[in-house]
Design a protein around this ligand. Structure first.
Ligand SMILES: Cc1ncc(COP(=O)(O)O)c(C=O)c1O
Length: 381
């Protein structure tokens, strides 16, 4: 039985050192400009949750809601599709090109969506634990599906092998030796979440940002954007992982990038990765202030809390991986020593990154007891 919550104050955190130049300002801003130009682009909402803040005993809580991003249900729409667009631009056309990706659902949707728009083919690798609902969403976008036995890390390896044998182009959200450009583009796309948030918060800066991590790409992208906007005065950057897949926390503990064996599949399907992206780790190594690993048990209460709308807050549809930050807060509330170790208190202004909506409607319904449509219509139980 894993501990309900684990915490490591990053011993290598350094706010004075510049972050490594992997995700330069130029690369981030090129991605942000390109995506803002896509048809249907609109910033996702930053939602004030005073009722939740009161319940949690903090000064303010805000939720950046990625559920509506380009109609794909998650922030991942920004990464894979942008990387595909960049490759298509390099090739001159997408016709006749096959893009391949391994995914637990959301990244593959983004790659398949980008490929479809470029008239390209998408072959998407799913590990054994990916739900039928997430597979169905990929098929709707015209993706061909390959099921791989094993876990996410196995599907990444199988995808890379098959792509090399067939002359396909891998669009991965994680990097490896000799493969960095595309995952850098993926992360550059994600940085738009932080750029929008910085515009939306105005002078009300958060004191804490809680960002969930699988391979660490989105956490690293947001860390880079916040640090370049606010320097050493950036909000405390807390990386949240499932206890069953806490590879970044373990890396920080070991003082270097470390792969962990997954003991089982976490309910936070998007975060079920045992091998940190080397690119992400370069940034988070000194850029993250805290690493937290939270048990799955806190996920359903967090989803229901957002759906119900605490104390008059608007209802929010948040999927299993979307509520990692709130799950960590709920868990930390039960451990006063941890609450204070994270520097949380009445003056804290907490920013939660809601990375997905109901990306698997059946799972959402089973956990929350209502459909996402019902939640949005304000129907309370
Ligand atoms: C909803 C959701 N949140 C967070 C993440 C984590 O992103 P990363 O793997 O870049 O750390 C994922 C990854 O698939 C996801 O689907």
């Amino acid at each position: 039985m894993p501990a309900l919550i684990d915490h490591l104050a990053n011993p290598r955190a350094d706010r004075t050192a510049p972050l490594p130049g992997v995700l330069t300002a130029g690369i981030r801003s090129e991605a942000q400009t390109a995506i803002r130009d896509w048809p249907g682009y609109a910033p996702t909402p930053l939602i004030d949750l005073p009722g939740l803040a009161k319940r949690m005993g903090v000064g303010a809580a805000q939720y950046k809601d990625e559920a509506g991003r380009f109609g794909l249900g998650s922030f991942k729409a920004l990464g894979g599709a942008y990387a595909v667009q960049r490759l298509v631009r390099q090739f001159g056309s997408g016709t006749g090109i096959t893009f391949a990706a391994a995914t637990d659902g959301n990244h593959g949707r983004s790659v398949a969506w980008g490929a479809k728009q470029a008239d390209s083919r998408a072959v998407i690798y799913l590990h054994a634990g990916v739900s039928p609902g997430r597979e169905a969403a990929l098929r709707v976008l015209g993706a061909e599906i390959v099921r791989v036995s094993g876990n996410y890390d196995d599907s990444v390896r199988q995808c890379a092998r098959d792509a090399a044998a067939n002359d396909w182009h891998v669009v991965s959200d994680t990097a490896w030796d000799g493969y960095r450009d595309t995952p850098t583009a993926v992360m550059a796309g994600y940085s738009l979440i932080a750029a929008e948030t910085i515009e939306q918060i105005g002078s009300d800066r958060p004191t804490h940002v809680l960002v969930q991590a699988g391979v660490g790409g989105v956490a690293a992208a947001l860390c880079a954007e916040f640090r370049s906007a606010f320097g050493g005065a950036a909000p405390r950057f807390v990386v949240v992982e499932p206890s069953l897949a806490a590879c970044l926390l373990e890396s920080a503990r070991q003082g270097g990038r470390t792969e962990v064996a997954l003991a089982g599949e976490t309910v936070m399907a998007g975060l079920s990765c045992g091998d940190p992206s080397p690119l992400a780790w370069e940034i988070l190594d000194a850029g993250a202030d805290d690493f937290v690993a939270v048990d799955d048990a806190f996920v359903p209460p967090a989803m229901r809390l957002l759906a119900a709308g605490e104390g008059g807050d608007p209802p929010i549809v948040a999927g299993e991986s979307g509520v990692a930050g709130l799950s960590a807060l709920l868990a930390a509330q039960e451990q006063p020593a941890l609450w204070s170790a994270l520097g949380l208190g009445r003056d804290s202004r907490v920013l939660l990154i809601g990375t997905e909506g109901a990306t698997d409607p059946e799972i959402y319904n089973a956990i929350v007891g209502r459909t996402s449509e019902d939640v949005m219509a304000g129907g309370k139980r």
